[in-house]
Design a protein around this ligand. Structure first.
Ligand SMILES: Cc1cc2nc3c(=O)[nH]c(=O)nc-3n(C[C@H](O)[C@H](O)[C@H](O)COP(=O)(O)OP(=O)(O)OC[C@H]3O[C@@H](n4cnc5c(N)ncnc54)[C@H](O)[C@@H]3O)c2cc1C
Length: 169
């Protein structure tokens, strides 16, 4: 673990840090937090710190109730969701319904994201690592990580050293 190590340059097989440290690695994965598109800053819509459009539980922007946002572009203060397709897809129907209700002058429905979801990362042709998430990301009560075997589509045996259950950080 390298704390306070701001990476300033990437070279083949090594990272160069602002503090002069050089970190060698066989593989380098550059993983950053998602950010809102720059053009959103010129829309006049209220954005959160990450640059995403703030919406209420009816998916209306906080700035203008006639403008709606859903999916990755939206940020719900009551539900700080990860940017994942599972949420973007599930917002589709509530969004369509509320757009219709809005133009008809009807009461909008409240969208409540699911509290459990599955995150999968492929680790090769036949394996994936999965995390079962519960509750809002910032206060998930519990998560479980285990490797899945693609051929059997079932978790590897409980005795396998690949399988482990961990409390959420
Ligand atoms: C590499 C990668 C891997 C991912 N893997 C997974 C995964 O395994 N599982 C999972 O659940 N999620 C995954 N995600 C996240 C998932 O792709 C997103 O959460 C999901 O696509 C969001 O859907 P969306 O419709 O909100 O936005 P998008 O899919 O980003 O669609 C937005 C659309 O708007 C268009 N657009 C942008 N700006 C403008 C503009 N100014 N005018 C008009 N159109 C515009 C874009 O071209 C795009 O077509 C992954 C994301 C990435 C980047």
């Amino acid at each position: 673990m390298h704390l306070n190590a701001e990476v300033t340059r990437v070279e083949h097989g090594q990272l160069l840090c602002a503090n002069g440290a050089v970190v060698s690695a066989d593989e380098i994965m550059w993983v950053t937090q998602a950010g809102g598109a720059p053009w959103l800053r010129n829309t006049g819509l209220a954005l959160n710190a990450g640059g995403f459009v703030l919406v209420n539980d009816q998916l209306q922007t906080l700035t203008d109730p006639n403008i709606f946002a859903a999916g990755d572009i939206a940020a719900m203060p009551n539900y700080p969701l990860e940017k994942a397709g599972v949420f973007a897809v599930r917002m589709g129907l509530p969004l369509a319904g509320n757009l219709r209700r809005s133009v008809q002058g009807r009461t909008l429905h409240t969208y409540q994201p699911q509290s459990n979801w599955l995150a999968l990362i492929s680790t090769g042709n036949r394996y994936a690592n999965t995390t079962l998430k519960h509750g809002a990301p910032e206060n998930s009560s519990y998560s479980a990580s285990l490797n899945l075997h693609r051929a059997s589509k079932t978790p590897v045996s409980a005795n396998s050293r690949n399988r482990h259950l961990t409390p959420a950080p």
